[in-house]
Design a protein. Sequence first.
Length: 267
Amino acid sequence: MNPEISAIIVEDVKAFHSVIESLLNEVAPHVKIVGCATDLSEAEKLIVQLSPSLVFLDIQFEAEGKTAFDMLKKLSEQNRCNFQIIIITAFNQEEYYAEAFNYGVLHFLTKPIDKQKLKDAIDRVKNNLNNPAFETWFSQFMKLHTKFHTELINKITVEGIQYTELVDIDDIVYLMASGHYTYFYVRTNGTRPICSSTNIGEYEKKLADHPNFLRIHRNLVININYVERFSKKDYSIIMEAPFEKLRASKDRFKDFINLMNAQIVKM
């Protein structure tokens, strides 16, 4: 008889919870669903409270404006990523695979779920849970992951056309979007930008924890530490030389003034 595997389903479409449970009843009845969540904040509480062996996890949570990796990052920093993960998602972009592996995800299923692939993933989970060597490896992996991300806390990965660049966040002067591309203007590169094929919205999310970055226009995110002067007449913002004059939208300029005032108060 198979020992029970306690599991939580984290999926923003509630109707899909029953789909997963129905498939599990067919191919893996020994998986016991102990909790379900439709948002990441609820999921985080359930994981801490119930300590499941397995989490079925979607990636995109649009209502919260977050991805599953936002939650995994928090749990990892608290040393609470002591569970296996099966990603179940309709989004199978290549970058998600790399990010998922950062958190020890070895099982990645796309929607609609193939029953045999689900069974195979559950079998691997079961084998891992019964393998002390895996527990040791996973523990070491998570320690290395935490160390790696701690050391790179002030860097950002920029997916370039040919290479992935590691850029010091403090050196970023501003980001400019052009179509699907984002151009990074970095202090150490002068006026020669680093071109990335990732859209500016994704980088804005990555920089959300750094309060000195602000979106001043739909195609511009600036580091206010490099602002030299600005004009309330035409909403222009002059960055330190040799960088060019930028222009904010009217609404965003108000946010810029508020942020600048807040920074001055701190000083």
